[in-house]
Ligand binder design. Sequence first.
Ligand code: NIG
Ligand code: FE
Length: 407
Amino acid sequence: MFGIGPFKQMLTMDGIPLKGALTDSQLRIISQGALIISGDTIHHVGTYDELKDQFCDLEFVTVEQNSVCLPGYIDVHTHMCWAGSRSADYARRIGGKSYLEIASEEGGINVTVKATRNASKEELKAGLRNRATRHLGEGVTSCEVKSGYGLNKESELKTLGVITEVNKELPIDLIPTVLSAHIKPYDFEGTQKEYLDYVLEEILPEVQSENLAQRADIFIDEGAFSLEEGEYFLKRAKDLGFSLTVHADQFSNGSSSLAVQYGAASADHLECISDADIDRLALSDTAAVALPGCSLGLGINFAPARKLLDRGASLVISTDWNPGSAPMGDLLLQASVLAASEKLSSAETLSAITFRAAMALGLNDRGILRKGMKADFLIYTTDDYRDILYNQGKLRPSSVWKKGVHM
Ligand code: NIG
Ligand code: FE
């Protein structure tokens, strides 16, 4: 057990409502704060003076005078396990072709499917390890990772196996999601519905029996699966016992309301969500996940984050880190840019990458600095937390602590 502090400002993110708009006065900042850490868990939160008195025999790690401490970031939507590159797609997109045009020609998800199928487990591991290590250095202490570039039983299981193994190797927590319903791959002989049956009958039960993922995702949109196919999949995946999440309303509208109807943990993308569906989402327990890195990568509008919050939704911000639409993978930069564009308060933006993100993944043991929570926290060398978003991702944490250990 040890103490750490004093932090000029400590943002615990405690006591903030799960849903709706927030003002910065709702951030209860502890000035000259400190933490007591026991193993991988936060044992106590308070002011430095208080805790020094209370734990007088304990050793305290001292920090720089101007330090801000807050919970580690949580990225709830990534496709970080892939092989190959899609720079050719990107070059064509900045030359004026749309994502859907490129996908229907020789580019798109199938390019990554071929490369990922051809990659050895070791190659895939090396790629994921690099990206996950970079993420942790930038303050992401928990991160969801989807399959979805295998798109047959063997390669989907290979991908989920890689995620499981890299999760064991690295300090960052990787939370796997099965996205075998990404698209019907180029070589599947059969209808869209037959492909979904293959996923539901051949892949998902195996994922369960090997304990490789508890969350299932589907891309419901133009070029992927229709609303009807999406509903068919969600109903059956739910019956199998998977927690659901949906790639929803990216290019066309309608799938976020399916996500709500089937009690999905989150509806992600939402660039094309309608006003009526914003209200449905806001009234539900389904989190609204904005993916600004995808909007930046595709040159399309951002999800209406301001409107979602004002109508009462739980807004989460994630990177969507993937080789096609969102190759950057910088959560803090993207959250800062979305905040400037959508007019989000610091409290809304930081909640969206800490405790509201934790709740969207069903992780109630992190995202807040509170007794009993995982000791995942970041220290920035600055005397004002507002510098974090102001620097638009360029101010990096001076130290990252994961489960009570300095990385
Ligand atoms: O979240 N929308 C679908 N899937 C990914 C993109 C995948 C790709 O283009 O490789 C996304 O944007
Ligand atoms: Fe995605």
